[in-house]
Design a protein around this ligand. Structure first.
Ligand code: TA6
Length: 292
């Protein structure tokens, strides 16, 4: 069972940095290191607490992404980011690196909860994050505890802090096919487009790439690189709302859109995961920061 009916924050200040994860959504909100400062963006206008998606950090999207592979599902991006996860363990090592683990299962959702009917499958999810002065590793493990196969989508919808999105590029997606979901983009639609060169930003970007590969965020203003290495993830989503959309978002300051890029390690759409009874799927990501 959830154990608490309020959001509990696990936070450490250590020689490796300052790290925080909320029980609501098992949501990472802080990864700050002595050499590089804040690496994760959270909006100053974000709401917090059960049922409120945090604008920033690492939202966990599960068991569907967006409105789901076949559309029409609500809440957007699934219910995992809205509910309390159980704290399983928390430990700091001798140099100040920190590991924290949370779990969520169908039994944590009461039978009366409409969320339980949205995904009526016996599942167990385990989410572990390890923070160091130069890296953050996150792994989301989903196990089918039932007798029938089920299909789910997932994403670590990470908001990386950048000095200025207009001076930011992403490499590693060259040649990858993507669906352009940005309403304001002339190429928006359901036909695949192929990425030419690095991803650059000069307007709204909302793209779902078919890509298992490593990507790198080049943050020119902060003179740093964040390398994103992942396993068992076939989808990479890149998002920045740009100025017009940002104005309509009540939980984002008018100029805050310049300060982040979402690079999401996911399995979504055609890459949804089907799990046999008893099987486990693990999506694992490591973010490593270096000076440019
Ligand atoms: O992952 C990109 C996306 O699906 C965008 O379309 C954008 O809406 C973003 O997620 C944020 O979603 P949220 O529900 O957190 O406002």
């Amino acid at each position: 069972m959830t154990g608490t009916d309020t959001d509990q924050i696990q936070r450490v200040v250590s020689p490796s940095g300052v790290f925080a994860v909320h029980s609501a959504g098992a949501h990472v909100t802080q990864w700050e290191t002595p050499e590089h400062g804040p690496l994760i963006f959270v909006s100053e206008k974000s709401g917090y607490g059960l049922g409120t998606p945090i604008r920033g950090g690492i939202p966990l999207c599960f068991p569907w992404f967006g409105a789901g592979a076949s559309g029409g599902k609500s809440p957007k991006h699934g219910f995992a980011r809205l509910v309390n996860w159980r704290l399983v363990s928390e430990s700091e090592n001798s140099i100040g690196d920190w590991t924290v683990s949370f779990a969520l299962s169908n039994e944590d959702l009461s039978n009366e909860d409409p969320k339980a009917t949205l995904f009526p499958h016996p599942f167990e999810a385990a989410y572990t994050t390890t923070f160091t002065a130069t890296s953050l590793t996150a792994s989301l493990e989903v196990t089918n505890r039932g007798t029938e196969p089920f299909t789910f989508e997932e994403a670590l919808h990470t908001y990386f802090r950048v000095g200025d999105i207009r001076q930011t590029e992403i490499t590693g997606l060259e040649g990858a096919a993507y669906l352009d979901k940005a309403a304001s983009s002339p190429t928006a639609g359901d036909d695949p487009i192929y990425q030419e060169g690095p991803v650059t930003f000069n307007g709204e970007v909302d793209r779902i790439y078919s890509s298992r590969g490593t990507t790198t965020i080049i943050d020119k203003q902060n003179q740093r690189l964040i390398r994103i290495e992942k396993s068992h993830s076939k989808t990479t989503v890149v998002w920045n709302p740009w100025s017009e959309l940002a104005k309509g978002m009540s939980d984002l300051g008018d100029d805050e859109w310049t300060q982040f890029v979402c690079v999401e390690s996911a399995n979504a759409g055609d890459s949804a995961v089907t799990l046999s009874p008893g099987a486990t799927h693990t999506l694992r990501v490591t973010y490593t920061v270096t000076s440019a």
